[in-house]
Structure formats: C-alpha cells, structure tokens
Design a protein around this ligand. Structure first.
Ligand code: MG
Length: 515
C-alpha cells in the first residue's frame, strides 16, 4: 500500500474505480434492468390445433420451438369463450362482468368499449419507463372519435385492425386473388388498418396483413433495443379467426388445408418476432407469453380449428371453449418443460406487474401471480376458475366453476360457433340453456373430455357442496358493471377513411391507402 502511495498509483486506482461505478454501463437504473414483455395472442386457436399439443398434421415449427424451449401449460384458461370479453380480461385481470365487456363481442358500430376507468397492463407499465405498443386485433372498441382505441388505454403506439376480419365484407383471402370462403359481414365498412388513430389502409389486404403486422412488431422491438428502454408489446394476430387467409408464402403450403395455411402464417409471425429478439440480443431479457383468446370456431368445421380431446368449442363453457394452448418462454429464466398447474389469462397482469416491481391497481382483480409456476415449477396459487357463458347475464350468473380437479356445471348451453352440426348435441345451438340441479360434476384430471357425470353419485356430495359455497360467496361479492356491448349501435362510428361519404358503407374504400 505504501508503494502505491509512493507512486501516486492509489489515487489513480480510486479515480478509475469511481469512473467505473458511475459509468452508464455499471450504474444501471432500475428501469433498464426491467425485462421486456411480449404477449402473443392468437385468435380462436383451439387446444388441439398445434402440433406441440398433439395435432398430427399442423405445421407450427416456431411455436413448437417455443414449447420445446419454454414452459407449456396443459390446464390454461382464457377468461371467456369469445373475443372481446376475453381480451378485456387479459389486459385488466378482471372477469367480464367487472369490465362491462359482456355479453358477446363488440361490433364496428358499437358505441361502447373497454371503459377508460379500467387499467390495462400497458397503463401500469408505462409509468415504470416502458414503451408500450400494440399490433393487431384490438377488439375492445373503437367508438366515437376512436375513443376506445389502444392509445387511450396506455399504449404509445398501435397498428392493426381493431376487430375481427369477418366483421367486414371480405373479398380476397389468398394470394394472388382467391376469394374468401364466405362474404363475411357486408353490413359494415371494409376492414381498416389503423396507425394509432389514423386509417392507413381500407380495405385491408388480407394477403399482406401478417407481413405488415410482423414488420411492425419487429420494428417496434428494434426501435426499443436501440433506445435501451424496456418495452411491452401486445401482439394480437388476426390468425386463426375465420375467414382463413394467407399470403403467397403460405397458400397451399400445408396438409391441413385453408386453416392449416392460416396457422402456418401465424406460426411464421411468431418466428419473425423471435428472430428480431435474437437479432437484437434481447432473448434473455424478454418474457414471452403465447396463448389464445378462446377455443375453436367449430361452426366453420374444418376451417374453424379443433379443441382436441376437449368438449365443444367457442362460445360455450365446456372445456373446448376456454382451455387454450399457452407457452411461457424466457431462455435462462424459465426452464423448459410442461406444467399441469391451473392458470389463466387473468393471471398475466399480476404476474407481469410483480415481475417488474410495479404496483397493482386498487380494484378487485381476478388473477393470481403465477411466478411460482414459471420460475419454481411449484404449485399454482389458483384453485378456482369461473366460467361465464358468451351470452352471459346477471340473471344466470356463473355457468360453471372449476375447483381443483373438479368442475361443476350449474347451467349448460350450446352455441352456434360450437357447430350447427357438431357430432355432440350438447354443443349445438339447439342445446338450450338448461339448469343442472344437481350440477353436472366432472373430475377433469381423470376425465378432461367431460364425458362422465359424477353429479348424481353420493360420494361427491361434499365436493358439490363445497363448490356451491364457493359460488355463493363469489356471486355475493360480484358487481356487474353496465354492459358496454349492449349500448346502442351507431353506424356513424364505423371506421371510414372517407368520412361522410355516400353510398355508405361501400364508399369507405380509399384505394390510395391500399398497398
Ligand atoms: Mg377469438
């Protein structure tokens, strides 16, 4: 030490250490250590649609890679069996009765939307220094003056079609000019693509949607990588919702027909996002979660997806309506594997907020922090899941409740999107609402297909009583918010690139925006 002093080296060392400690590289601010968050939300993708979930001919190599290197959930639930209520719940961790996004879905002419008083994941992350972006299908309202679009719900940027691609008169679905299988909904204006609150393309070209979305997603990731700010990207692809569509690269590319081609394009979108993360060296600092908003639309038969071994599909409270594929991916942080623990889209908000040391909103949340499943591979804090029918109402309340491995149905009802001609009559729209007393009871660990009712077996009376008490307590504390979807429709709020034009709605076509 004396020698150091003698040669003035000590002073040099002190200066060097000081410079190092306060250099930008070392003195890491809390925000820059926060992970990036990427949620990829598929549309109407069923439990049985992916090859990593057992489909024999689907081609989804990128999602399969995600599953092989990430954590695959076998008992993961979307919060509802149709788009809008499910999406509201994903972003707010609140069941549809609480958000007001019930029953059924928002239309282009809907005057309601996700209430501004609801707090989204984006709104919670933004004050923590996150850049928040949304690409794709919003489906939580447009409304007058675009008041419900993502920029009014905590997102810094938005690019996409704000609802489903069948809510517009679809014409061309496959490259170069193959028509769509159906005409979709001709009552509304053609599908618009918004950039923030401006329409940049109308009608949207379905054969290039996936390309544009993935490019937007990649650019968003690249921009944030350069800025060094953490980001939250909510990427909600239009695939695999009806109508099936795909660009040049994927038309007739699979053995699974038009649905398979759409799925292959969805898989490609996932691959594009992962490639950008890798390119930007962000893979190890990004929590990726892939899942679907609801079960398959069996009305469209082979063009509508599959629920695998699960009963019924979209619109119902059977397992096929709400149990969906889900994969968590974070190299180095989440060990590859498979979990049978119970979890839901409702759990993403509390998990993400805790992951980034944020603060939960001061409202009743229906989600749990599932970091125990992700990082310790231990038990889920979730023991209960509530199923609300797509056409829900306060009069009938919760249709079914899962408690641990048991599921009790208090009401059952089929739905048109589970198939007019479904081989299982319980799924068809002709299966009217039926009060089940005693409730139907299934042990989902032993009987995931809900085939063998235990509700009449005295051995299970205690289980039914226990679930009955859970129902009573839950419903006693549940406040139904006024329905946003039942608010009056108004064609003047339909997105139109040529406002006030005639004849409406066909005049809402601005080829100059087309690409
Ligand atoms: Mg959907």
């Amino acid at each position: 030490m004396a020698a150091l002093f003698e040669h003035g080296l000590f002073a040099h060392v002190v200066v060097l250490i000081t410079l190092f400690l306060f250099s930008p590289g070392f003195c890491v601010s809390p925000s820059s250590t926060r992970p990036n968050i990427l949620i990829v939300f598929a549309d109407d993708l069923g439990y049985g649609d992916l090859s990593c979930y057992g489909h024999p001919t689907s081609e989804s190599p990128n999602i399969d890679k995600l599953a092989a290197e990430g954590l695959l959930f076998t008992q993961f639930y979307s919060a509802n069996s149709v788009c809008s209520p499910s999406r509201a719940a994903l972003l707010t961790a609140r069941l549809p009765p609480r958000t007001g996004v019930w029953p059924d879905v928002l239309r282009p002419s809907s005057t309601g939307g996700l209430p501004h008083s609801e707090t989204t994941i984006a709104a919670l992350l933004k004050p923590l220094g996150y850049t928040t972006g949304m690409v794709g299908k919003w489906h939580l309202g447009v409304g007058k003056n675009q008041t419900y679009l993502p920029s009014n719900h905590g997102f810094d940027s938005y690019y996409g079609i704000p609802y489903s691609t069948d809510m517009c008169p679809c014409l061309k679905c496959f490259y170069p000019a193959d028509p769509c299988w159906d005409t979709c909904d001709t009552r509304f204006t053609s599908c618009p693509i918004f950039q923030n609150s401006t329409i940049v393309e109308q009608p949207a070209d379905y054969t290039t949607i996936a390309q544009k979305y993935s490019m937007e997603g990649r650019n968003f990731i690249a921009r944030n990588a350069k800025s060094g700010k953490p980001f939250f990207l909510y990427y909600a692809t239009q695939h695999t919702h009806f109508p099936n569509f795909a660009g040049k690269q994927f038309r007739n590319s699979t053995r699974r027909g038009a649905f398979g081609d759409s799925l292959a394009e969805l898989d490609w979108e996932v691959g594009q996002l992962l490639e950008e993360l890798k390119l930007q060296n962000l893979e190890k600092n990004t929590f990726v979660f892939f899942t679907s908003d609801n079960g398959p639309s069996l009305f469209y038969q082979v063009r509508g997806g599959m629920a695998g071994l699960l009963k019924c599909g979209k619109g119902t409270t059977y397992e096929g309506g709400q149990r969906v594929p889900a994969i968590a991916y974070w190299p180095g942080k989440i060990q590859p594997g498979r979990t049978r623990e119970l979890a839901s889209t409702l759990d993403l908000l509390p998990t993400i907020v805790n992951l980034v040391n944020g603060t939960l909103p001061e409202v009743t949340l229906d989600g749990y922090d599932i970091r125990s499943i992700l990082f310790q591979r231990s038990k889920s804090p979730r023991e209960v899941f509530y199923y609300f029918y797509s056409q829900m109402s306060p009069k009938y309340g919760v249709y079914a409740i899962r408690y641990k491995q048991f599921k009790a149905h208090f009401y059952t009802q089929g739905y048109i999107l589970s198939g007019l001609f479904n081989h299982d009559g319980d799924c068809r729209p002709t299966a009217a609402r039926t009060e089940q007393n005693p409730p139907l009871l299934f042990n989902l660990d032993e009987d995931p297909s809900e085939a063998y009712n235990l509700g009449n077996d005295p051995e299970y009376t205690d289980v039914l009583n226990e679930i009955g008490e859970i129902k009573q307590q839950f419903e006693a504390g549940l406040v139904w918010r006024e329905s946003e979807i039942n608010k009056p429709k108004d064609p003047s709020v339909e997105p139109c690139c040529n406002p006030g034009c005639h004849p409406f709605p066909t005049c809402c076509s601005c080829t100059k925006f087309g690409t």
